[in-house]
Design a protein around this ligand. Structure first.
Ligand SMILES: [Zn+2]
Length: 466
């Protein structure tokens, strides 16, 4: 009997049932139970509270958080005109996202030096009330600050622009980031999302010109960036650049200096010429000028596909690079050249944007010597990212199991990561961590690339019961 015909085809992406759930508001459950008579050490809100939004918000990025607070108070049945004031105000607090929560007999003040601190303060206030047995909060002043600057997630619904789907989310009409989904991510501490781009799809340079669909892609990217920023979420351009060349690319005939050695199915991009530097500078410069508010670039610089001539060798290979220009350079210099040009183009267009260089080196085997040189030679201002678990080893069923990536039973860190971290610690290089284990572990200093749980965002640093 043939079972094949009885197995239904999976639904297409547009018909996935959980996508509808992304549009639904997050559930929250209030557990307040009468009597609501507050003790003398708490501010009783049961008779009503009224928010006051006094923090300057010319760009309107706090409208979503303010609406969230209003909805929360109304759902809890404690919103009342003339009630106890819950004021969001500016205070001189220079550290990004930090905020102060003052609970006194006169009311509640949420204070910060920046809009994202106010957002965090509003969410914190809501969470404190959700955790209370009555609508009352203890008097006191607390200050909070984030311990992790970039908390980047990947939309579960977002497609991948590579096999087997090869789908470009900038070319369709689907909204991958519904408002309520973004609201939930923001409440969970996420402040970054990545989506995939390719420079040649949407960047204009004096080397490669502009593709016909570029403006369509840019328009959707601009819209996504603006929408996410309303929830305090930056959009990161994920890419694997400089991308390698397919055989016969007409640009290689015109600019042969851009062609590096053959990789595994493409030619590497040679970064060791003025043409290459110009191309990379102009690509990132164009991108960040065209898309205001774009948060940064999350770039796999080595390990996933052909990029620079350094891709000619795997992370475990100490061989020389067979390129007439790069072959005489130390390996780290090849990467440094491409990253420097990308960083400068980005920075000249958007000084606050950040560039993360991700070394995707999941091999369990010992890594090549040159890999450990990379942290010491990463260009100033470029953040180095490395897999947290790759190369780790664990005893299972009496045998050591050494693994690459996507661990489910190993937390890390691996020795590979430890050596990279030691190199970064001995230089000015900032290090980020990629953790892909589907766990709820998130270690201090880590970067959550695959968001799968509540991110503990802030830590209380001052407690002053008044
Ligand atoms: Zn080269």
């Amino acid at each position: 009997m043939c079972l094949e015909n009885k197995i239904p085809f999976p639904p297409g992406r547009e018909n996935w049932g959980f996508v509808n759930d992304l549009h639904k508001p997050a559930d929250f459950h209030i557990h307040w139970a009468p009597p609501f008579s507050s003790d003398v050490g708490s501010l009783d809100l049961s008779k009503g509270a009224e928010p006051g939004f006094k923090f300057p918000d010319p760009a309107g990025v706090l409208e979503t958080a303010n609406a969230d607070l209003m909805k929360f108070l109304k759902t809890g049945n404690i919103y009342r005109c003339g009630g106890i004031p819950v004021l969001c105000c500016h205070a001189d607090m220079p550290e990004a996202e930090s905020f102060r929560l003052e609970i006194t007999r006169k009311g509640i003040n949420i204070l910060s030096g920046d809009s994202e601190g106010i957002r965090r303060g509003i969410y914190c206030f809501e969470e404190m009330l959700l955790g209370a047995k009555t609508p009352a909060l203890p008097f006191g002043v607390t200050e909070h600050k984030s311990w992790l600057r970039n908390r980047i997630s990947r939309c579960f619904f977002g497609p991948i622009k590579r096999p087997p789907f090869n789908r470009d989310e900038l070319m369709d009409e689907i909204d991958y980031y519904p408002d309520e989904y973004l609201n939930r991510l923001a409440h969970e501490g996420v402040n970054g999302l990545w989506l995939t781009i390719v420079f040649r799809d949407l960047c204009k340079t004096s080397i490669a010109g502009l593709k016909p669909d570029a403006e369509k892609r840019l328009e959707k990217l601009r819209g996504t960036v603006a929408k996410c920023l309303r929830y305090g979420i930056k959009t990161w351009a994920f890419c694997i650049e400089p991308a390698g060349w397919l055989p016969g690319d007409p640009l290689l005939e015109k600019y042969p200096e851009l062609q590096g050695p053959w990789g595994w199915d493409k030619y590497c991009f040679c970064p060791s010429s003025d043409t290459a530097t110009q191309y990379l500078y102009e690509s990132t410069n164009w991108l960040f000028k065209q898309v205001p508010g774009l948060g940064g670039i999350l770039n796999i610089s080595h390990g996933e596909r052909e990029t620079t001539c350094l891709s000619r060798v795997s992370a475990t290979d100490n061989s020389a690079i067979p390129c007439p220009r790069c072959g005489t350079l130390p390996h780290w210099e090849i990467l440094r050249r491409s990253l420097s040009a990308m960083r400068q183009g980005m920075r000249d267009a958007s000084p606050s944007a950040e560039l993360i260089s991700w070394l995707y080196m999941p091999q369990p085997a010992p890594l090549a010597d040159w890999v450990y040189e990379l942290p010491r030679h990463t260009p100033e201002g470029v953040i180095l990212q490395f897999n947290f678990e790759s190369g780790g080893c664990k005893n299972q069923l009496g045998h050591p199991r050494c693994g690459g990536d996507y661990w489910l039973s190993y937390v890390g860190s691996s020795d590979h990561f430890g050596c990279i971290a030691a190199g970064a610690a001995g230089s000015d290089t900032e290090l980020r961590i990629d953790t892909k284990t589907k766990s709820h572990f998130l270690l201090p200093g880590s970067l959550c690339s695959w968001h799968d749980g509540v991110v503990p965002l802030s830590k209380r640093i001052v407690v002053d019961h008044g």
